[in-house]
Design a binder for this molecule. Structure first.
Ligand SMILES: [Zn+2]
Ligand SMILES: [Zn+2]
Length: 124
């Protein structure tokens, strides 16, 4: 499909980034190598990649959706500035499955906290 022609480049941008990019940020990066790309096709590609489990969407209340690589990790979200930080908790899949009595496909965990720089500002 013609609309998927940027798929590989978009996948590469996301897999090489630790910044939790929004669609607009992916668009800006892609434009450096593909000046003719339009934002709508970035959205289409992102949606398709999420549907195919090639990338994941990170939804944080009050923020734009971000896009992230699939490698298993969780997120710390600062309740003051909204910064998203990768964090590796022990895999909770087994604990959840035991409690639920069912197999699960996965989970999304956003741990809300106050990031070190906000904390420093607050104690001044
Ligand atoms: Zn913060
Ligand atoms: Zn992440």
């Amino acid at each position: 499909m013609k609309t998927r022609k940027y798929e590989k480049a978009i996948l590469e941008i996301i897999n090489n980034s630790y910044d939790h990019l929004s669609a607009e940020e992916v668009f800006a990066k892609l434009k450096e190598s593909e000046p003719k790309v339009v934002l709508a096709s970035v959205y289409n590609n992102l949606n398709a990649l999420v549907a195919e489990d090639k990338i994941r969407r990170v939804a944080v209340e009050g923020q734009k959706d971000r896009y992230d690589r699939m490698t298993r990790h969780d997120h710390l979200v600062c309740k003051c500035c909204g910064a998203i930080t990768d964090f590796h908790f022990d895999d909770l899949t087994r604990a959840i499955e035991e409690k639920l009595g069912e197999k699960i496909l996965g989970y999304n965990l956003n741990v809300i906290y106050m990031c070190p720089s906000c904390k420093a500002k607050n104690t001044l």
